[in-house]
Ligand binder design. Structure first.
Ligand code: ZN
Length: 388
């Protein structure tokens, strides 16, 4: 058992100074003072001067690596479990990307199981950028229904030269298969959509919604902050009830070319009156971030970092005056709600003991607890690689 004492608790709703008691991998009590529970089997963690938040939920990470669009040498490496923990992330959802030929769903699923063994909560999406959809059981419906870790399908690419140029009817069929599989298995069956630079923007999704009874919330479009016109299209999509995800991994050059930092996009969306439950940030961790010279030649590749999720939350608070509880919601309760992840993304009795302690002033990550286990303490990770 663990008792976190005297922390300012953001569930992400601010609850004030509380004691939080953990038994095994669950939160079992939240009270003003739980000192009477202290005995020799309870480990006490002092939260004085700290903020206790839900462990962060990162709804898009290329956990088996991504990239490759600059040739084989540009395939990015796998995520390591401590890449998540140092960023306060305790839940990840893994996806393939552009390359579903040399990378496989079987590999993605094995990596998901491996991360789970190492203490992270991990899920994944079946399918990839491309249509027809790849799957393990030869059906995305069967994958979602029969394989526990698959919570939906994605990233399905639209408005991108790397996409399969799906028709509206094909998109509707994918969404309905994912939806029915979700209904039958108690999952969301979400359709995570990679949105590219093309001017069609989100129109494929709105046309599916117009032409069918598939609710707009079945879709979860990401990279909405990649340029101003897509962001504006996203705001219209959200006004119809759609969810929006902003990507936190970026470079100065990408920002100079017109991408809106995720923290700023979040502030803009809130100013438009869009509900926080519809707004999330994800890292796109381990995606490739190419840097080009003035002639358009690739000169350097960077790799997206899961830790950019926490940094963007801090930026939203410090640079764009987003209230802390809303900035935290965008990386905890909102993605957990959109993806229908049970017992994730909130601090509450009966919820999983996934917790992050932040410094009250700097919001730096001090301690991380995942499924009840200390995985980072005093800014040092505690999970060793099996190869060290
Ligand atoms: Zn993408």
């Amino acid at each position: 058992m663990k008792l976190i004492k005297n922390a300012q608790v953001y569930s992400p709703t601010p609850l004030g100074k509380k004691d939080v008691l953990i038994a095994g991998n669950k939160i079992i009590a939240i009270e003003n003072d739980l000192s009477e529970c202290i005995n020799n089997i309870v480990e006490v963690i002092d939260g004085t001067g700290k903020i206790l938040t839900p462990g962060f939920v990162d709804s898009l990470v290329h956990i088996t690596g991504g990239g490759g669009e600059g040739g084989y040498a540009t395939r990015t490496p796998e995520m390591q479990v401590n890449d998540a923990f140092i960023g306060g992330v305790t839940t990840v959802i893994g996806a393939l990307g552009t390359d579903a030929e040399t990378r496989s769903l079987e590999n993605l699923l094995a990596k998901t199981y491996g991360l789970e063994e190492q203490g992270l909560s991990a899920y994944c999406y079946t399918g990839s950028y491309h249509f027809p959809m790849i799957s393990i059981t030869e059906s995305i419906k069967r994958d979602i229904m029969l394989i526990e870790k698959f919570i939906g399908v994605g990233e399905v690419a639209i408005a991108d030269h790397r996409s399969s140029q799906m028709t509206v009817a094909e998109m509707a069929r994918v969404a309905s298969e994912a939806r029915v599989a979700g209904m039958l298995s108690g999952k969301k069956g979400i359709v995570l959509i990679h949105v590219g630079d093309e001017k069609a923007r989100l129109s494929k999704l709105t046309r599916v919604v117009e032409q069918s009874d598939i609710p707009i919330s079945q879709f979860y479009p990401t990279h909405i902050n990649r340029n101003k016109s897509l962001l504006d299209a996203g705001f219209d999509f959200a006004k119809q009830g759609g969810n929006l995800d902003f990507t936190t991994s970026t470079t100065e050059q990408i920002i100079e070319q017109g991408e809106i930092p995720a923290a700023k996009a979040l502030a803009m969306a809130l100013a438009k009156g869009i509900k926080i439950a519809q707004l999330t940030m994800s890292s796109d961790g381990n995606a490739s971030l190419p840097i080009f010279d003035e002639q358009g030649q690739l000169i350097e590749l960077q790799v997206g970092q899961v830790s950019s999720l926490h940094q963007s939350m801090v930026d939203a608070v410090k640079d764009f005056q987003v209230p802390l509880e809303l900035a935290l919601s965008a990386i905890s309760s909102s993605p957990a709600g959109i993806l229908k992840l049970k017992n994730k993304g909130q601090i509450g009795v009966g919820f999983d003991a996934d917790l992050t302690l932040l410094d009250s002033d700097s919001l730096a990550i001090h301690t991380v607890i995942a499924k009840g286990q200390l995985v980072m303490k005093n800014e040092k990770t505690l999970v060793n690689s099996p190869f060290s």
